[in-house]
Design a protein around this ligand. Sequence first.
Ligand SMILES: NC(=O)c1ccc[n+]([C@@H]2O[C@H](COP(=O)([O-])OP(=O)(O)OC[C@H]3O[C@@H](n4cnc5c(N)ncnc54)[C@H](OP(=O)(O)O)[C@@H]3O)[C@@H](O)[C@H]2O)c1
Length: 262
Amino acid sequence: MGYYRSMDGKYAVVTGSTRGIGRSIAETLARHGCNVVITSRNAGECRETASRLAEENGVATLGLTCDVSSQTEVSSLFGHVASWCAGQMDVLVCNAGYPLQEEPWKTPLHETPQDKLDGWYLGVFRTDAMGSVYCTREALPLMIARGRGSILYVSSISALTGFQGAPYTVAKAGILGLMKDVAKEYGRYNIRANALALGNIRTPATWDLLDAETRELFAQQAALRRWGSPEEVGNAALFLASDDSGFITGHTLVVDGGMIGW
Ligand SMILES: NC(=O)c1ccc[n+]([C@@H]2O[C@H](COP(=O)([O-])OP(=O)(O)OC[C@H]3O[C@@H](n4cnc5c(N)ncnc54)[C@H](OP(=O)(O)O)[C@@H]3O)[C@@H](O)[C@H]2O)c1
């Protein structure tokens, strides 16, 4: 199928883009002509995803490892990326997220053992929220220098409504705070910041780990009575990343099939 290459010649960094939602966002951007940096903590998967996207879409790609919870690694990643794209960073997608873990998610706060509290809460926060802070801090000077940029954060409907799993909710709500602040402070440089608040999306981190009954239960929670696909998130991300959403900033787009209502 031929695509309108609305992102032709642009450059994007997508964190956590070797599988699931991040990979789909990277694929969608590449399909629309964007040159993309693929990152995760797995070197082989970064290289493999990057070369496949380049081959399939005729764009330039770079696959580099980076643990977003490490300020040093993020700094080094952006050093490489800045020279690769000659400072042209059009889009940053902060997608990398801490893996879902049964115990921290399911233990109510008042029953969380004191010796686990920091580990459970800060573990998610370091990857999801601080990872977004580190990447944004590195991208901003490049975007300011060119007087343009679009930053997209991947959050969750948990951050809007609360949900079981407070360590996750706290981190995802932090991301929305960061997004609003960046939108407000950097709009004067023509830098936009927006977020996706996602419902249940079929990925290796969710669908693949659940039994049939739970999958169906979650499907029935949405007005559309189904899970969303990573491709549907990719399309929403493309809109917010591209100039098609040029007058939209500070916005949280809910992509949940009508789960939290309106
Ligand atoms: N799926 C859903 O239903 C859903 C709902 C709401 C929000 N979200 C959010 O959407 C995002 C993507 O979720 P997903 O379901 O696609 O997860 P996934 O399938 O587990 O993919 C996560 C990606 O992030 C990478 N990653 C994990 N930790 C990282 C770190 N510290 N530094 C760099 N990369 C890291 C993973 O690669 P490595 O592990 O190899 O590093 C992988 O590429 C997350 O922020 C998640 O919280 C998902």
